[in-house]
Design a protein around this ligand. Sequence first.
Ligand SMILES: [Zn+2]
Length: 390
Amino acid sequence: MLVALFNDQFVDMVGETSKEEWYLKNKSGLLRCPVCHNKVIPKCGTKKTWHFAHHSFEECDGYHEGETHYHLLGKKGLYKWLTYINEKSILEYYLRDIQQRPDLFLQKQQHAIEFQCATVTPDDLRKRITGYQSQNIDSDWIFGMKRIKQKGPDLYYIQSSDLSAAKKDSDGHLYLNYYCPLKEQFLLLRNIIPLSQKKVVAHGYAFSTKKCCDVQWLSRTFKNSKTHNVNHKVLWKKQKNTWRTTAFKNTSPAVMYMKKVLYFNHHSLTLFPSIAGIPTPDFYHIETSPYLWQTYILFLIEKLPISLFSENVIEKEFQRLLHKRILQTRDFPYMKESWRDAIKNYLSFLVNHQLLDKVSERTYRKLQHVHYPKTLDEALRLDEIFSEKS
Ligand SMILES: [Zn+2]
C-alpha cells in the first residue's frame, strides 16, 4: 500500500519524503494502517516501488499484502496522471460502509478507479461494482498492460475474466482500458468483438499519459477508419472458417451436444448454416460460440410443429441448456442487457433476412426452410455472402 497514517495524518509514498525521514517516522512507532490501525512499516528498497507493509499479518479488511511492484508502480503512475490533468484524487481511499478501497478515488465526482493486475473472477468483479453502485459511486477498471497481447492488426488476446469489466460506449460498442506503468502509456481498446474466450477483435489506441488530458478519455470513442472495419470482417470470417474446420476435434459440452443433435437429424456441424455464426448485437452475452447457439436456434425453429412460435419457447430451451451447463453466458455487471437480448437480436436478424416474419412483440412466423450447405466449398462461399450482409 502507498498510504498510511502518521500521528493520525495521512502520509503517502508518492511525495518527496526521503528514506531517512521514513525510517525516523518508523522509529516513533506512529505509522499505522488507515483501515485496521495496526502498525505498518515503510519499505524503501531498490527493487520494488516504496510502500508500506503491515507489521504482522493480522486481519485487515482493507489491504491485501503482496501487491506486486507493477501494481504499486501503476497506482502511483495513475495518481500522478490524475494530478497532471488537474484531477484531485485520493489514493487507496477506504469506503468503510462497503469495506472497499479503490486504488484511486475522485471524491468530487464520486468516481472510483481500479488498476487491476491480478485476475479477478466475474463474481468478485460484480460484487465490487455493485458495492460502488450501492453508494452511487461510478467506477472504472483499468487493466495492467501485462494482461493483453497483440496478435496481429486489430487482434488481441486478453484474460477472459477482464471482459466482464467492459462497458458499452454511446454507439453500443464494447470498450476496455489498459495501462502500462513502465511506459506510462494507455491502450484504449475500442469496438471489441469477442471471437472466443480469450481472443478479441478490437481497435487499439495507444497514448502516452501526457496526451490523455481528462478522465473522459477512459470512455472516449474514436471514429472508425475503413481499414478497421474491413479487418473486423476479415477476422470474423476467418474465425467462422476455424469453427467449421475444427468442429470435428472439439469436445466441449456445447459442441458435443450440437454434434449429437445434428447427427440425429442428418446434418454435420462442419456444415452448419451460413446464416448462423453472426456477430449480431449483444451476441457476446452468450459465451458459447455464436455458431453453436445460433445453429441451435435455427434447428429449434425448424423442428417446431407449427409455423407460429413465441420467443419464450427458445428462451425456455436455452434456460434448460444453461442450467445443464451446455451453454455458458458471460456476466457484464455494467450492462443491463443479457443472453435474452442475444436471442432477441438474432431473431431480428432472421426477420431481416426473410427467414422469419415478426407477428407481434414476441411472436414470429416461419417463412423459409433453413439451408444447410452440402459441401465445405459451398459453406465457405455462402459464409462470404453473409459476411457482407451482417
Ligand atoms: Zn490494516
